[in-house]
Write a protein that binds this ligand. Structure first.
Ligand code: F6P
Length: 323
């Protein structure tokens, strides 16, 4: 019997987290379960800072970016004594299950917590990076790539007017999935991501071609690429092509904010609903995901172990569309 659960958001915030919290609270209400929303992720668990969540608290949140529960990357939770304190707090409040919304750091934290706390934890994949195994789209990814292509559409207008080369840096920590889809969606001329090792060589030969053709170009570089980021890539281009008019644009945290797309909100709703159902079904230490439009459950160990692989068909598509 579960009649009280905890929910929190942890790690980098992502658009759609509020829609997920809302789905958790409404689903819990449907099954007569109380929900405590812990503030600032694991920090709230350690300090016992929470708010009882009722559907009315989430009334105007489905369309908002960020997270009403706030978020943090807790250093303290890496220490056993603070995890023990968090476990004590949850016991005192008579919590019987936990829903953690976040990325790989969040689920690594949940795995470490197993040694101190026997409560079941279910994860909802919330990160703009889309780097978790076990879901096609993490909550936040679709909105982030739409933000990126909107920005690049605007950059393209000025690039084209001045025949400029723009190097646009996007987020993704050590994964290039934001960059990859944005490159296809924005019609970029070149892409540099950690998963593709030959990309600098390819860029060098593209530069030779561009020198003859002239015109504007858009190059997308993922922040974790081994080239060292957009400024280094711009230097590389200037060395190979001194006459080029090269500009850099680092998109930064605008990729983390904004109203979630419709697809994001729907996926977040499905995920939050199934996270509550998973606790009721006795599941633990698993992440809810959506693969090929089907709800799936992936053990935390597997979800965080490897990055999502670049699909060969997307790589091929990119090479044809950015030739
Ligand atoms: O994980 C999401 C993300 O936005 C990454 O893409 C980026 O590398 C990182 O978080 C930035 O984190 P912070 O906002 O804590 O600097």
């Amino acid at each position: 019997m579960i009649n009280k659960i905890a929910v929190f958001t942890s790690g980098g915030d992502s658009p759609g987290m509020n829609a997920c919290i809302r789905a958790v609270v409404l689903t819990a209400k449907h099954f007569n379960i109380d929900v405590l929303g812990y503030i600032k992720g694991y920090e709230g668990l350690i300090d016992n800072v929470y708010q009882k969540l009722l559907p009315e608290n989430l009334k105007d949140s489905v369309h908002r970016g960020g997270t009403i529960l706030k978020s943090a990357r807790s250093q303290r939770f890496m220490e056993e004594k603070f995890r023990l304190q968090a476990a004590e707090n949850l016991k005192k409040e008579d919590v019987q299950g936990i829903i953690a919304i976040g990325g790989d750091g969040t689920f690594k934290g949940a795995l470490a917590f197993e040694a101190q706390c026997s409560l079941p934890v279910i994860g909802c994949a919330g990160t703009i990076d889309n780097d978790l195994v076990g879901t096609d789209f993490t909550i936040g990814y679709d909105t982030a790539i739409n933000t990126v292509i909107e920005a690049i559409d605007k950059i393209r207008d000025t690039a084209q007017s001045h025949d400029r080369i723009f190097v646009v840096e996007v987020m993704g920590r050590d994964a290039g999935l934001i960059a990859l889809r944005s490159a296809i969606g924005s019609g970029a001329d070149a892409l540099l991501i950690p998963e593709l090792k030959s990309d600098m060589k390819e860029l060098a030969s593209k530069i030779e071609k561009w020198k003859k053709e002239g015109g504007s170009r858009i190059i997308i570089v993922s922040e974790g690429d081994e080239s060292g980021g957009a400024f280094k890539v711009a230097e590389f281009i200037k060395t190979a092509w001194p006459l080029a008019d090269v500009k850099v644009s680092v998109l930064g945290h605008i990729q983390r904010g904004g109203n979630p797309t419709c697809m994001e909100r729907v996926n977040a709703g499905i995920t939050g609903y199934h996270a509550v159902k998973a606790l009721l079904d006795g599941k633990k230490s698993e992440m809810v995901g959506i693969v090929n439009k089907t709800v799936t459950y992936t053990p935390f160990e597997k979800a965080v172990k490897h990055h999502t692989k670049i699909k060969p068909e997307l790589e091929l598509l990119l090479s044809v569309l950015s030739a």
